[in-house]
Design a protein around this ligand. Structure first.
Ligand code: GDP
Length: 479
């Protein structure tokens, strides 16, 4: 319920002694091992210039990222970070490659393309765009579930000859759950059987209304093969980014997110980091996940050594003590001692999170949240065997809601439960309702690992009843 002075210091990455001193100034006598209440802790946090966020009534999360007053300093525009999603074979990889070839900066430099997990291009009209190189919604949502929500804009690729397919719908749900703007790239328009209008009509069924049909969804016909329309797509992205007023302070210690990391022979642990704010420089001491290190070298996506990397720039970082995980946060700190301190704290926190994961996203937990007034909606993912039952369930659930609480359907579809459903549920702390369908082996394993609750039903009435009870907060504890 309360927090020890030591832990508070750790969370802020401040020295314990400094926290004791600050408390003393506030008239609170406490030693390093003593506990203080959340109110006092919050004051201390603010005293140190951090931002405190109440996770619950008596726990506060301290964003290390806010350690330097965040981005209120010298803000300047930063490039957008884009993730490409869509159905398999609709051309995600081809589009990533084709967009990369439009980079006007590459011609001068003549470096060799390196696949490091992300790349940045300069468009012919001078806009910088950063693309995450791992297409697909699983990677996107996995990162989001880990708190590394780096994507600004989602490009939804739909093949003009194939139209909206199962994974397209999944991608739409993932993008919507993350509240990311979607730009639709209608791909393969070079094909004779391409039918962009059909794609637009299908989008309507998923509440994405194209601009020329009176909505706000930009649809750009492209061909990853001929390059047709890529300039329009880039302009649309740049325009969307401008509307979003994406900004960051490049004049501070760097913070970023690990996009990819591996252990390489001869190079040691290598991580691709997407800088979110500040400037990462050679020589910087940092923590990445529960690893620490000093930047020995930085390489860009053409394999060239660079001295620094600013906001939205992806770089390979050499000089890590071990291999962090994708989604880990990298933070530059002032010295080695601090780096070790934060790394140790994160190590412990990770262990605790893993323990806690076993109970996350369960219906009971969600109910207690609703009771505490934290949640107004009960997020669910619904999978059924046939369309008829899906529609019946969706229709009934919609009518269940009251002013205070309602069921929020993040994604629904016909078919078995897959990994995409689990990652989505996890990222949004949702439960999964399975009607006459099972989870595949990978999904079951993932659900078990991440503590995602899957509820199986074969009678609609029972499912509805559970939801009804859930909403009224009367459901008896499981088992
Ligand atoms: P992904 O699974 O979404 O990454 O799709 P890929 O990029 O691997 O593309 C799947 C197939 O579609 C490949 O054979 C590509 O050559 C082909 N393809 C991709 N984009 C286009 C396009 O614009 N026009 C045509 N004709 N074929 C394309």
């Amino acid at each position: 319920e309360a927090i020890t002075v030591q832990e508070l210091a750790n969370r802020m990455a401040e020295r314990g002694g400094e926290v004791v001193k600050a408390l003393f100034k506030m008239g609170v006598m406490a030693t390093i091992t003593q506990t203080i209440d959340a109110d006092t802790a919050e004051l201390v946090v603010e005293e140190f210039g951090h931002k405190a966020k109440r996770v619950s009534a008596d726990d506060i999360e301290i964003g290390l990222r806010d350690a330097e007053g965040d981005d209120t300093g010298n803000l300047s525009d930063r490039p957008p970070v884009i993730t490409i999603m869509g159905h398999v074979d609709h051309g995600k990889t081809s589009l990533l490659d084709a967009l990369r070839k439009t980079d006007v900066a590459a011609h001068e430099a003549g470096g060799i393309t390196q696949h490091i997990g992300a790349y940045q291009i300069v468009t012919p009209s001078g806009n910088k765009l950063t693309f995450l190189d791992t297409p697909g919604h699983a990677a996107f949502t996995e990162m989001r579930a880990r708190g590394a929500d780096v994507t600004d804009i989602v490009i939804l690729v739909v093949a003009a000859d194939d139209g909206i397919m199962a994974q397209t719908v999944e991608a739409i749900s993932h993008a919507k759950a993350a509240e990311k703007p979607i730009i639709v790239a209608i791909n393969k328009i070079d094909k004779p059987e391409a039918n962009p209008d059909r794609v637009k009509n299908e989008l309507l069924q998923h509440e994405l209304v194209p601009e020329d049909m009176g909505g706000d969804i930009i649809c750009v016909p492209v061909s990853a093969v001929t390059g047709q329309g890529l300039d329009n797509l880039e302009e649309s992205i740049a325009l969307q980014a401008e509307l979003m007023e994406l900004q960051a302070n490049s004049d501070r210690r760097a913070e970023g997110v690990v996009v990819e990391a591996k252990l390489e022979q001869g190079r040691g642990s290598v991580a691709t980091v997407l800088v979110r704010r500040g400037t990462l420089k050679v020589g910087d001491i940092f923590v990445a996940g529960s690893e620490s290190g000093r930047v020995r070298a930085l390489l860009n996506d053409r394999g060239e050594q660079v001295k620094s990397a600013g906001p939205s720039e992806p770089v390979e970082v050499l000089g890590l003590s071990g291999t962090p995980e994708a989604g880990d946060e990298l933070i530059v700190v002032e010295d080695d001692a601090r780096a070790r301190e934060v790394a140790a704290f994160r190590h412990e926190k990770r262990r605790q999170t893993e323990l806690a994961a076993q109970g996350r996203g369960t219906l009971d937990q969600m109910l207690s949240k609703i009771k505490e007034g934290e949640a107004q909606s009960l997020p669910v993912v619904i999978k059924t065997d046939v369309h008829g039952s899906l529609e019946a369930i969706l229709g009934t659930l919609q009518r269940l809601g009251t002013e205070e609480v309602q069921v929020q359907v993040l994604h629904s579809g016909v078919g078995g439960i897959n990994e995409s459903d689990i990652t989505l549920a996890r990222a949004s702390a949702a439960i999964i309702l399975a009607f006459n369908v099972r989870a595949n082996a990978q999904a079951r394993e993932l659900a078990r690992r991440d503590g995602v609750d899957i509820r199986y039903y074969s009678i609609i009435y029972e499912l509805i009843d559970d939801m009804k009870q859930a909403l009224s907060g009367m459901l008896a504890p499981e088992q």
